[in-house]
Design a protein around this ligand. Structure first.
Ligand code: ZN
Ligand code: ZN
Ligand code: ZN
Length: 368
């Protein structure tokens, strides 16, 4: 990762210069991990990467955290470490390399109190958001990042492969969800991000989580799960199950359309096409079958160090896909109060097509 980090810092500098920004200020979160490899806790004490276009990057952090940063090898990438003592003003320390800066970019998720403190510490500089500067970098995954996402995909696939161990009529969504959460960790994730087990009418609610509803034979059960790997990269995959019994003929009929839509979207998506056209390919198939108003949400979202990031696969996004973009393709069909289904794979664009990172069968999974 060492060379990756150095390359990212250089690319961020170049992007900042092109945007007319003199320095980036990045506090704990995905951007900081991306640029330094350092996983910093979002503490009340300031940790901030100061990345000037000219000059060395400095990581200002509480002196108490210095050993952790050294252990993480942050200084291997040419980043100067400045551990601040309890009585020192960390904003002044961070502002020291910024003398003469006319425009500084703060990370999109910086706490408002810090944005204001930096405004006071660098009063002559205009503040802008770093998101648009870093966007281009984070949108295109390197081979190392793709490998990390591949590992995340394989880990969540192993959980889906085991869902039959837990999903049975007579159990509640919450009980099943608890077992799945344990398995997400057991299969190699560092943390559980979300567990959706939506059964029967709850399967028609795209952002249902778990409830005390008892699962019945023949229910559609949408299982949408994801976690964060030790690498920091996220998984996210959905399959729709039937917990024993016979699915309704309606479910079988609309599931066939859904599966075809998802398949066609995966066959279509590649560098050179727009994000919104990937959405349209699936939406047209679902609409032609008469289910158009039942596909309630966008087709997908980007994924990387965050579960939801750019690119969003949604009508109105005319972003042209490029190699190395990772995102979900997750159409769904939902009948409010009755039942629904969703199929979700994470995919990454290659030089001329697309690789799926979730490889479990996409048929309606009828457990017995
Ligand atoms: Zn969502
Ligand atoms: Zn999902
Ligand atoms: Zn998703």
């Amino acid at each position: 990762m060492s060379t990756d980090i150095t390359r990212r810092l250089d690319a961020a500098r170049t992007a900042a210069a092109e945007a007319g920004v003199d320095a980036l200020l990045v506090t704990p979160g995905a951007d900081l991990r991306y640029l330094t490899g350092f996983v910093a806790m979002p503490l009340e004490r300031l940790t901030c990467l100061v990345l000037p276009v000219e000059g060395d990057p400095t990581l200002v952090l509480p002196r108490l955290e210095l050993a952790m940063a050294l252990e993480a090898g942050v200084d291997d990438h040419g980043i100067v470490l400045h551990g601040w003592g309890e009585t020192e003003d960390p904003f002044a320390a961070a502002a020291a390399p910024l003398a003469g800066a006319r425009r500084v970019a703060v990370d999109d998720h910086m706490w408002a109190e810090r944005v204001f403190a930096f405004r006071r510490a660098v009063p002559d500089a205009e503040q802008v958001l770093a998101g648009p500067v870093l966007r281009r970098l984070r949108l295109r995954k390197t081979p190392g990042e793709v490998e990390a996402l591949r590992e995340a995909g394989a880990a969540i696939d192993r959980v889906h492969a085991r869902v039959g161990e837990w999903l049975r009529p007579g159990r509640t969504e919450r009980e099943v969800g608890r077992d799945i959460a344990e398995a997400i960790l057991a299969e190699g994730h560092e943390s559980v991000e979300f567990v959706i087990v939506g059964s029967g009418p709850n399967s028609a609610s795209p952002h249902a989580e778990v409830s005390d509803r008892v699962i019945e034979p023949g229910d559609a059960v949408v299982v949408d799960i994801g976690g964060v790997m030790p690498s920091g990269y996220c998984s996210d995959s959905t399959r729709t199950y039937v917990a024993a019994g016979t699915p309704s003929s309606e479910l079988v009929a609309f599931y066939e359309v859904l599966q075809r839509a998802q398949e066609e979207q995966c066959a279509y998506a590649r560098p050179g096409v727009t994000a919104e056209s990937v959405d349209a390919v699936g939406r047209d198939i679902i609409a032609a079958a008469g289910y158009g108003k039942h596909f309630l949400h966008r087709t997908g979202h980007g994924i990387g160090l965050e579960t939801h990031e750019e690119p969003y696969i949604v009508s109105g996004n005319d972003l042209v896909l490029e190699p190395g973009m990772a995102f979900s393709i997750e159409p769904g069909i939902y009948f409010d109060g009755v039942q629904g289904a969703r199929i979700e794979d994470i995919v990454v664009t290659t030089d001329d097509g697309l690789e799926r990172l979730n490889l479990r069968p996409r048929d309606l999974v009828v457990l017995d």
